[in-house]
Design a protein around this ligand. Structure first.
Ligand code: CUA
Length: 171
């Protein structure tokens, strides 16, 4: 069977595009560090999260390893605790693990301008670990529709110079 040269070119081009598209989707799903909120952060009772061994009173905790902190964040209609009424404060040059859960409905926890973005699922603790090198101010937003106040659900995160970080701020 004779296939015309241009037809062969189109066939090869179309097949290449299909392989590229499937490749980018596969990379986005498994290769780029994205994942579903799974059970690595542990499960909690959403009606009493702080009583669970996988969660704590919301706030910043010193992990007693140099420069490592844990931040426990409770998302609820329509605020982050901490984050909304008081900013989350962590020092620069630190590695911070956020443990985020919801105590009512599904919320989102996004640190604007970074790649920190997770869902806050009732009963599950989402964990994300980030390095903050420079002092900076970030906004926090909820990006899962969670009710009539969803658009008002926001907060802030302050990465402060080490000298301005008061160790009494941590638990
Ligand atoms: Cu919380 Cu939208």
């Amino acid at each position: 069977m004779h296939v015309h040269r241009f037809e062969r070119l189109w066939l090869v081009g179309a097949l290449t595009l299909i392989v590229l598209f499937v490749g980018t989707v596969t990379y986005g799903a498994v290769g780029a560090g994205y994942g579903m909120v799974d059970d690595t952060g542990g499960e909690v009772d959403p009606t009493n999260a702080i009583a669970s061994e996988n969660f704590r009173e919301p706030g910043v905790y010193d992990r007693s390893e140099a420069g490592r902190y844990d931040v426990y964040v409770e998302a609820k209609q329509f605020m982050f605790v901490p984050g909304t009424s008081t900013p989350v404060r962590v020092p620069a040059n630190s590695t911070v693990t956020f443990h985020v859960t919801s105590t009512d409905v599904m919320h989102g926890f996004e640190v604007v301008g970074t790649n920190i973005n997770t869902m806050a699922v009732p009963g599950q603790v989402a964990t994300v670990t980030v390095e903050f090198d420079e002092p900076a101010q970030y906004g926090l937003v909820c990006n899962e529709y969670c009710g009539s106040g969803h658009h008002t659900m926001e907060g802030s995160l302050e990465v402060v110079p080490h000298g301005q970080f008061n160790e009494s701020e941590v638990n």
